[in-house]
Structures are given as C-alpha cells and as structure tokens.
Write a protein that binds this ligand. Structure first.
Ligand code: OFO
Length: 171
C-alpha cells in the first residue's frame, strides 16, 4: 500500500528535525568541550550519533516505501549559554518539541489507517520517552551536584563513559 502524501511529507520533515537535533547537540558538545567538561561533551557527541540514526531510519522507511527523501536545508542552531545548566534545559525543551512532532506523524498515520507507519513510529515514541527521561535526569544531577567542583567532576567522568549503541531501527 502506497504511503499517504501527508504522512510521507511529515516523515520527510521529521528527517530534517532529526538532523537539526544532531546539529543542535553538536553545539552543546562544543559548549562543554570549550569549558573543559569532556564527559558532557562526549554525552552530546554520542547523542549526535543517535539523532543521525533516527534520521536515517526515517529515510530508509521512505525509500522502502518508494518515496524519494528530500534533504532540506538545516537551520543554524541559535544558542548561547550563560552556565552549564543552559544546554541541559534547552535539550529537554527540544526533546519535548520532537515528541510532539512524532505524535503528529503518528496521528496523521492513524487517520488513514496506516498501521505500518504507526508501528514504525511506536519505536520513535518509546525512544522519545527515554530521551526525555535522560534529559530530566541530567538536569536533576546538575541541580544536585553541579555547584560542587568534586560533584561536577564526578558527573563529567560518568558522562565520559557513554558509548554509541546503534539502535534497532533499519538504516
Ligand atoms: Fe531523535 O530523538 Fe532526540 O531529538
């Protein structure tokens, strides 16, 4: 069954949003790198990989459904931060925006009884749940330990150990 035009267009837009997420998180990694917080920088660099994987998963899905993916221009992230909490709060806000966007894709698919796309988006919905939880945890950790140099050092060490595990979606 061919993909509905509106569903295909929303999924294509979502590719751009995922690529923008990668771009945004690169700027967060830069912020922390320049501050000497290599663990936080590592965490966001890995997040960039995750976002690229999300974009590639949607691209694969369009290709598999005979829809040509269109790579639109990626906006320049406009972010400057006054303190180490800034990127963490911006990340949570951004993930909530992405969750809403995935829900819109899901609802469009549901409207035309596109069960296959709904199944694909189930994965993205669960992933967004995880990403919102991670973002909230990072804010809480910063609130609890960030004002103490030793606490911040330990947090940074912890984030240094994050590695990229390619997600299970087809790319
Ligand atoms: Fe693609 O999950 Fe974050 O934005």
């Amino acid at each position: 069954m061919a993909l509905d035009d509106k569903v295909a267009a929303l999924l294509n837009e979502q590719i751009n949003k995922e690529l923008f997420s990668a771009y945004l998180y690169l700027t967060f990694a830069d912020y922390y790198d320049e501050r000497g917080l290599k663990g936080f920088a590592n965490w966001y660099t890995i997040q960039v990989e995750e976002e690229l994987a999300h974009a590639k998963g949607l691209r694969r899905y369009l290709l598999d459904n005979d829809v040509h993916p269109v790579m639109e221009a990626i906006a320049r992230p406009d972010m400057s931060f006054d303190d180490d909490m800034g990127p963490l709060k911006a990340a949570l806000e951004h993930e909530q925006f992405i969750t809403k966007s995935i829900y819109e894709c899901y609802l469009a698919a549901q409207k035309v009884n596109d069960l296959r796309t709904m199944k694909l988006l189930d994965w993205y919905i669960a992933e967004q749940g995880e990403e919102e939880t991670n973002s909230k945890d990072m804010i809480t950790n910063m609130e609890l330990f960030g004002s103490d140099p030793k606490g911040l050092y330990d947090l940074d060490r912890e984030y240094l150990s994050r590695t990229f595990n390619p997600p299970t979606i087809a790319m």
